[in-house]
Design a binder for this molecule. Structure first.
Ligand SMILES: O=C(O)CCC(=O)C(=O)O
Ligand SMILES: [Fe+2]
Length: 329
């Protein structure tokens, strides 16, 4: 297999973009996206403000710690605070998502992962909050566009995913910092982020120019190096499940950062509404029995997206799960 990931330009005719996205989803499950029209100046501003946020002293950042975010699971977590396969990742981060007011019915009902964002306001980091919220809106809109192209690539109506899953998507946005300083020897750290697949439909990730993201292909690990102005997109478990394995939810990881500079990344997870039941797609494009594979746990899954994502999130933040989800309200 090719050792570079395909590049999709959204300025191409939609039929061509859809065809090439389909090819990429069947092969690597990963592709670069350019010509998307997102505001470059905003992305640069977000990068600069994020560096300033992570540079704040720990006791200041504690004001926005995830523990204070309650059931919304928003806010800051410290280095080593998130686990992949039970092992701490050597990264620090800010968990964010669609901004919902306290009187939103989903928040009132105590639906996990929904609520207000927990991050510094203009008194501490002028412009940070607005830049984050604008970015979430902008990249979510791009998520809708790419999902329409993915539908087309599967010979489905363009609104296939929108109607069933994403009219009101679950959108989780994260800002990660992978420090250049090494982890203390007593911490059992191996990667920036250990090998994993993403849970939902589609991940759209911007990264700075440091690099470190790697993708597992049948012929081994390949790099997904930074490309200026591009998103790295990949397919999540739910699309793999819906297509019977035709579109790959490909394992990936981030290596320890030895560049001498801190690395920032900005993944947005564009996922089904938590109440949506995940159903296999029936279309000519997914009917080829030679492309089906079974046995992987994702294909045994039957339930709503909420069932799936909460089980996953509980594993990466075990203490929070105990403190938040397993406590009676
Ligand atoms: O930071 C990156 O480049 C990748 C992060 C990632 O894979 C994830 O958060 O799911
Ligand atoms: Fe990931």
């Amino acid at each position: 297999m090719d050792t570079t990931l395909p590049l999709i330009d959204l300025r191409d005719p939609p039929a061509e973009s859809a065809r090439r996205i389909g090819e990429a989803c069947r092969a690597q499950g990963f592709f670069y996206l350019v010509g998307h029209g997102c505001d470059e100046a905003r992305a640069q501003r977000l990068e600069a403000l994020s560096h300033r946020f992570f540079a704040l002293p720990e006791d200041v950042k504690q004001r926005w710690a995830m523990a204070q975010g309650g059931r919304a699971w928003r806010g800051w977590f410290p280095l080593g605070g998130e686990l992949t396969s039970g092992r701490p990742d050597w990264k620090e981060g800010l968990y964010l998502g669609t901004e919902l007011p306290d009187d939103d019915p989903r928040v009132l009902a105590g639906l996990p992962l929904h609520g207000r964002n927990l991050l510094p306001g203009d008194d501490v980091l002028p412009g940070f909050r607005d830049t984050v919220l604008e970015t979430i809106d902008e990249v979510s809109a791009l998520g809708h566009r790419v999902m329409a192209l993915i539908a087309r690539s599967l010979e489905l109506p363009e609104d296939y995913f929108h109607t069933r899953y994403t009219a009101d998507p679950l959108v989780l946005f994260r800002i990660f910092l992978y420090p250049s300083r090494p982890a203390p020897a007593q911490l059992d750290v191996r990667d920036g982020v250990g090998e994993h697949t993403d849970y939902g439909l589609l991940t759209l990730l911007r990264q700075d120019d440091v690099g470190g993201l790697q993708v597992r292909t049948p012929s081994g690990w390949i790099e997904a190096p930074p490309r200026s102005g591009a998103f790295v997109c990949n397919i999540g478990d739910m699309l793999d499940r819906m297509t019977g394995g035709l579109y790959h939810s490909t394992p990936h990881r981030v290596r320890l950062n030895v560049s001498g500079r801190d690395r920032l990344s900005f993944p947005l997870f564009f996922d089904p509404n938590m109440a949506a039941r995940i159903e296999p797609i029936r279309s000519a494009a997914t009917d080829d029995p030679t492309t089906r594979w079974d046995g992987a746990s994702v294909h045994a899954f039957d339930g709503t997206y909420g069932d799936y994502v909460l089980a996953k999130v509980g594993k990466v933040f075990p203490q929070l799960k105990q403190a938040v989800l397993e406590r009676p309200r």
